[in-house]
Design a binder for this molecule. Sequence first.
Ligand code: IVH
Length: 716
Amino acid sequence: MAVRFHTTIAVEDLTPRQAKSEHARLEGEIASHDKRYYQDDAPTLSDADYDALRRRYAAIEERFPDLRTLTSLTQKVGATPARGFAKVRHAVPMLSLDNAFSEEDVAEFVQRIRRFLKLDENEKLSFTAEPKIDGLSLSLRYENGVLITGATRGDGFEGEDVTENVKMLDDIPHKLKGKVPTTCELRGEVYMSHADFVALNKAQEKSGGIIYANPRNSAAGSLRQKDSKIAASRKLRFFAYAWGEMSDMPKDKQSDMLGWMEKVGFQTNPLWKLCKSTDDLIAFHRSIGEKRAKLGYDIDGVVYKLDRLDWQERLGFVSRSPRWAIAHKFAAEQATTVLNDIEIQVGRTGALTPVAKLEPVTVGGVVVQNASLHNEDYIKGIGSDGEPIRGGTDIRIGDTVTIQRAGDVIPQIIDVVLDKRPKSAKPYKFPIKCPACGSHAVREVNPRSGKEDAVRRCTGGLICPAQAVERIRHFVSRDAFDIEGLGEKQVQAFYDEGVIMEPADIFTLEKRDQRAVKKLKDREGYGETSIRNLFAAIEARRSVALNRFIYALGIRHVGETNARLLARHYGSIEDFRKSIAAAAKDAEGEEFQELTSIGGIGEVVAEAIVEFFKEKRNVEAVGRLLDEIAVEPMEKAASNSPVSGKTVVFTGSLEKMTRDEAKAMAERLGAKASGSVSKKTDYVVAGPGAGSKLAEAAKLGIKVLTEDEWLSLVGQ
Ligand code: IVH
C-alpha cells in the first residue's frame, strides 16, 4: 500500500513556508477527493476524514490570511455541493450479487441451489430474469403507504438520506396505490438515460459545471445534490426490483412481486421474463445482449432470481450475496488502438515482463494506456501449450491491436488488425540481455519436463538493481515485514541514493548516520513527523514471525503458504538456518531429504531454497539482517496427525470457524492448506455455497468432506 508522506504538524507550529506548501497540498488532495466523490462516485475517504482535511485547510488560512485568495476553496461556497447527508441505517441490509461470467457459472448456480435445497432432478425450478441496470440502488421506506425516507446503499448497512431529492423523481410515488402493508421498503435502481446524460453534460459544459464520465456517475452525482431543485432538474429514473423490510408479504413469488410493485405505482423493467430452465436463462442473456445497444440506458448484465420466495428464504446468504440470485455479466469490453512501444519490466525474481504501451483509448469508461503482453512467446503468437494463438500472428510495434478489459483485471492484447500493419513494422526482438543490469537473460529448461520456461530471466541476481529494488519492495510488503511508510516510490528513491541497498540497511537507517536522515528531510514532503513515523514503523518490526521472515527473503517459489510450511516445520530461525545450510552443502544428505519430506514442499521448491542459500552473498545479507532483528519461534506442526503431509482446500462458507482459522488449524496439524484444487489435493472441505472448486474435486475424484467430517477426521 502506498503510504502518504506528509507532515501532520499542528497548524500553530507551521512556519509560513510550511503553511504555504501544506495549503497547496491540501487543496490538491481535497480536489482529488471531490472528484472521486462527485464525479466518479467512488469516494476513498470517510466523510469525517474529508471534513478533517477541510478543517485543516481552513485553519491554515485562519492563521495565514494571505493564503486566502479568491480561488481558495473556502471562498467557493456552493461550487461543489456540500458533503455529508444524514445517515440512514437500513432495517434490512442492502446486499450485492455474486457474478457469473460463463454459461458454466450459470449452470453451477442452478445446481448449487438444487443441492442446497436437496431437490431431485425432476423438480422444476423457475427464475425471474431481468436486466441488470447500471445505476445506483436506492431504498424507499413507506409507512402506511406514505414515503418516509429514501436512502442510498452506502456500505450496505448505512446509506445517505436523500429523501428530499428522491421526492423529485417522477418514477417514485409519494403515496402507494391501494391497500398495502403498514411498512413497505421498496428497492431498485436510479439511472439516467443516454439522451438525458448527453444533454446534462452539454448543459454542464456551458455553465462550467462538472462533466460526468458516464450515466451512472451522473445519476449518483445528481442524487447527491444538496439543492433538491437541481436534483429535480436532472431527469433521474427508477426501476423497482427488490424490497427490504415488509410488515407483510403481499405475494409469495418474485415474479408476482414485480407485478405487485407495478400495481402500487412503480416502474419495473419491461424486459423481465420467467425462465424455467438453465437454457432459458442463457437464451435470455443472449437476447438482452443483442438488445443492449438500443435500450437507451446502461445495463451491465442480467440478474436471475429464484422465483419461489419460501425457497429464497431457505437458501439465505453467503457473506453479502444471496444464494438465490446471481448477476450474469456481459463479456468484457473491447477496443482497438495502436501499440506504440513494448517496455520490458524486470521483476523481483528477474523475470522480464513485456508491457504494451498503447495510444490511450477508452474501454468501457476507463482510459487504457498499458496492457499485458504476458511473455516472449505470446508476442510471437505461440500459446503456453506451444500451439499457435491468434492464428500464429505475431505482435509488432506500430500494429493496430484489439485490447480487452474485463472487470478490474489488467487489460490484455487479444488480437492484431493485420490490414492496418505498417509496411515498416518488424517482428519484435525480445531482449536477451537484462535492460536493468545488462546480464544475460535466459529461458531456463525445466529439469522435469525438459521444456523451456515461458519466462526469460535476468541472471544478474544480486547485482541487478531492478531485482534488488523489487526484493526490498517485497521485503517491506504487507505479508512480509509490513513496514508502513516505505512505499514503492520511497524504496526506489532510497535505493537510488544508496541509503537502502539491502534489507539490513532499513534497520540501521536511524543509527547509521545523520546524513541519511538529512537526505530524507531534504526530500519534498518529508517532515520531522513522517521521519519519526517511519522510524517507529521500522522499530515495530524488529521482532517478526518466522513465516514472515522466510517469506520476506523472496526466495523463488516460496510464497506465503510455503513459508508457513517451512516455519511450522523448523520452528525457529536457528534450526531453519542450520538445516538449510547443511542441505545446501550436501544434496544427498539427511537435511536435504528432510526438506523435501515436508508435506507440500516439492523438489523444485527445495532446490530453489537451497540455491538461495548456496549464494554466499545471500547468506551474508541474511546474517547482517539477523544482527538487527529478532525472529520469533513458531509452534511446530504435528507430524503424526491424521492429516500431516496432506493437502487440503477449504471452499464455500464454513460455519464453525473462519476460513483463516481453518487454514491455521490444518497447518498446525501438519497439512498444507491450498487455495486451488489440483491432482495433488487430498481433501476438499466444502461448506454451503461451494462452487467451481467442488466441481473440480468431483472431476478429479478427490475426497470431499463436510466441515463436520473434517473436524471429526482431525479429532476436534
Ligand atoms: S437484486 C439481494 N436486481 O446490482 C439482491 N440488483 O451487483 C439485491 N442491480 O446492488 C439486488 N439491477 O444495485 C438486483 N434487476 C436487478 C438489478 C440489481 C441492478 C444492482 C444493484 C445491486 C447490484 C449488485
